[in-house]
Write a new protein. Structure first.
Length: 208
């Protein structure tokens, strides 16, 4: 019997999971939740939008499987804080077309897209998203709620703080530290570490 799955977020990440749910054959999607008024009552990506995320608690029964399908780190964190008191499961959705070294430590609620490679002794916190073709070098730590857009490349021993939002194609050399809640612009090339709440752009990357 398949596990019923509730998807929080009917945007791009939710669409990815709905369209590719066959890659995770143990789950069947019951429906989505989204706070956008225009999405209410619609069928999106083949599944119904059941209600708002604000109202989702009343639908989620004990041991329901839930995927928080949101890119924005702060929004993911806020949603998890709202539902964490319920007895829910937060499975990892790691594409069968990704490569994850067996020595990687995995949190919960991960969404890892096709083409991602993660090398040995990395550590991923909870609710980390990695979009297509990210390449994560050895001994990298990516803390909870961080989101990586397509094609992010992290050098060995990079440390990514909680809630960092990495833009498309951004890179670090080895041993970099990116403070919590920072935003990294598309195509930034990071060659020095940055404190928390930085906005980082350019080649070589500088604080905006
Ligand atoms: C599948 C998908 O679609 S995944 C999503 C892919 N999208 C991304 O990766 C988005 C990443 N976001 C960015 O790169 C954004 O531009 C941010 C977050 C860095 C900056 O956004 P904002 O704070 O709104 O900055 P804003 O657009 O006002 O630009 C401020 C300045 O920075 C420059 N700038 C903005 N982004 C970048 C960038 N990635 N690289 C270099 N310069 C940049 C602008 O040209 C502008 O310069 P100016 O002041 O000389 O005119």
């Amino acid at each position: 019997m398949k596990t019923p799955l509730y998807i929080l977020g009917a945007g791009n990440v939710g669409a990815y999971l709905c369209y590719n749910i066959k890659d995770f054959p143990e789950f069947e999607v019951v429906g989505l939740f989204d706070d956008a008024p225009e999405k209410q009552g619609k069928i999106l990506y083949g599944f119904p939008v059941l209600d708002t995320i604000t109202n989702c608690n009343s639908y989620l029964k004990d041991n329901s499987a839930v995927a928080i399908c949101i890119h924005a780190p702060q929004v993911k964190k806020r949603i998890y804080q709202k539902i964490k008191g319920l007895s829910l499961m937060f499975p990892n959705f790691i594409s069968p077309y990704a490569w994850v070294s067996p020595s990687v430590k995995l949190g919960k609620g991960l969404i890892i897209y096709p083409g991602v490679s993660i090398n040995y002794e990395c550590v991923l916190g909870d609710f980390v998203n990695m979009n297509m073709n990210c390449a994560i070098g050895h001994n990298v730590t990516v803390n909870s709620y961080a989101s990586l857009a397509p094609g992010v490349n992290l050098g060995g021993f990079t440390w990514v703080g909680e809630g960092v939002d990495f833009g498309i194609g951004a890179c670090t050399i080895q041993n970099m530290q990116i403070g919590a809640d920072s935003t990294v612009g598309g195509q930034a090339m990071i060659i020095t570490s940055f404190p928390e709440n930085s906005k980082i752009i350019g080649v070589p990357a500088k604080a905006l």
